[in-house]
Design a protein. Structure first.
Length: 146
């Protein structure tokens, strides 16, 4: 399964090691393909420097520990009609996730979580973990079933 991870999830995973969000990131890396975009990476670096300057030096080390793919920049005339996101600055996340053929977006962003779409699933880190723990094979690992 391909899972697009939003900036706020990365920030929380770095700041709160051992948290449910950090556990979610670990499970994604272990059993799925984590997908990030250049915009998410740039925003993550900028947020950490601006809001948590004492932790900014840990950013590159943290990113180096993650196994992830970088999503292509979404095309303006992509094949899907994407629903509007209330905060237009979050529209690129939806576009990048769809362009990268992700199965879901994991985010804590209220504007993204409220998007009503059949194109891609959008869920909180806790919901992702709950689906995985509930034994839903689709969310549990990237293996083909016989």
């Amino acid at each position: 399964m391909r899972v697009f991870v939003d900036t706020n999830v990365l920030v929380s995973a770095l700041l709160f090691r051992g948290s449910r969000v950090a556990e979610c990131v670990e499970r994604i890396i272990e059993s799925h393909t984590m997908v990030l975009s250049e915009q998410v990476l740039a925003e993550f670096r900028a947020v950490m420097v601006r809001k948590f300057p004492d932790k900014a030096r840990q950013v590159e080390r943290f990113l180096a520990q993650l196994n992830y793919e970088t999503a292509p920049v979404p095309e303006d005339d992509g094949p899907f009609e994407l629903p509007a996101v209330r905060d237009e600055t979050d529209q690129f996340i939806l576009g990048a996730a769809v362009e990268a053929q992700c199965d879901c977006v994991v985010s804590g962003d209220k504007d993204l979580l409220e998007v009503d779409t059949d194109v891609i699933s959008i869920m909180r880190p806790a919901s992702f973990l709950e689906a995985r723990l509930a034994g839903n094979q689709r969310w549990d690992e990237d293996t083909e079933q016989p």
